[in-house]
Design a protein. Structure first.
Length: 243
């Protein structure tokens, strides 16, 4: 299993034997397709993925209904035969935007995706009712865990799963200085401990790049050179691990 941090934010590319998966694809230079005073993020390059890698994509996983996870212009760029794995809420939004890709909604059952098996669970607070985290396992038992916001520690303790890599937030973001929207290093390392993983790949990176009025309601703590002796930590666009 090849795991690639596909951009400077939170898009991921997973590949095994030519079968590719995109997680929360943002493939444009501008996050908000319209000029928005509320929320915007821009960049010089779309992603680190080659056309060959994009051509390998057979499935896209959309973990939340927000624009930085559900980016409609990027979804429309994908081949309409690519299956989208997501929630019922996101499915309604996709249909409203005339996305005609096949859509499968998560539930409490394991979903087979090519050479992988996906097990989905509610995200941590405050996203429990709107987003999901998941384990993705290949035929050799290699497993990754993805959580784009905050981990539900109680659920992770109950599951007693072990992972070869975790894709989690490490740049802490709070709304109004009170509600945690993304984990910092302390919570991220705890997540890795609970899942017995020595590899941490950071998602939701560089939150300071977010512009617009929303920024006045967010407090961020961004560490661009995060290191830890216990874990291998990957934070840069193009970083990848082979499992």
């Amino acid at each position: 299993m090849r795991v690639v941090k596909a951009d400077d934010y939170q898009t991921w590319f997973i590949e095994e034997d030519g079968f590719g998966i995109l997680i929360d694809p943002w493939l444009d230079k501008k996050l908000n397709p319209e000029s928005s005073v509320l929320l915007q993020r821009e960049r010089q390059e779309t992603s680190s993925l080659s056309q060959k890698e994009l051509d390998q994509v057979k499935t896209a996983i959309v973990t939340a209904p927000f624009i930085d996870h559900l980016h409609i212009p990027s979804i429309k760029k994908l081949n309409n035969k690519i299956e989208i794995i997501t929630t019922k809420k996101v499915r309604k939004i996709l249909i409203k935007n005339q996305i005609d890709n096949p859509i499968a909604c998560i539930d409490d059952q394991v979903i087979e995706i090519g050479p992988f098996k996906l097990s989905a669970f509610p995200a941590g607070f405050p996203y429990s009712w709107s987003a999901f985290c998941f384990f993705l396992e290949n035929t050799k038992g290699k497993t990754i865990f993805h959580e784009g916001h905050t981990a539900n520690f109680r659920n992770l303790k109950r599951l007693k799963r072990k992972c070869d890599a975790v894709l989690i937030t490490l740049d802490k973001v709070k709304f109004l200085g009170i509600i945690t929207l993304s984990m910092g290093p302390k919570e991220g390392f705890k997540t890795a401990h609970l899942l017995d993983s020595k590899r941490i790949m950071a998602t939701g990176t560089q939150p300071n790049e977010i512009k617009g009025l929303i920024k006045y309601f967010l407090s961020t703590k961004q560490d661009n050179e995060l290191k830890n002796d216990e874990f291998d930590v990957y934070t840069k666009k193009g970083d990848e691990v082979l499992l």
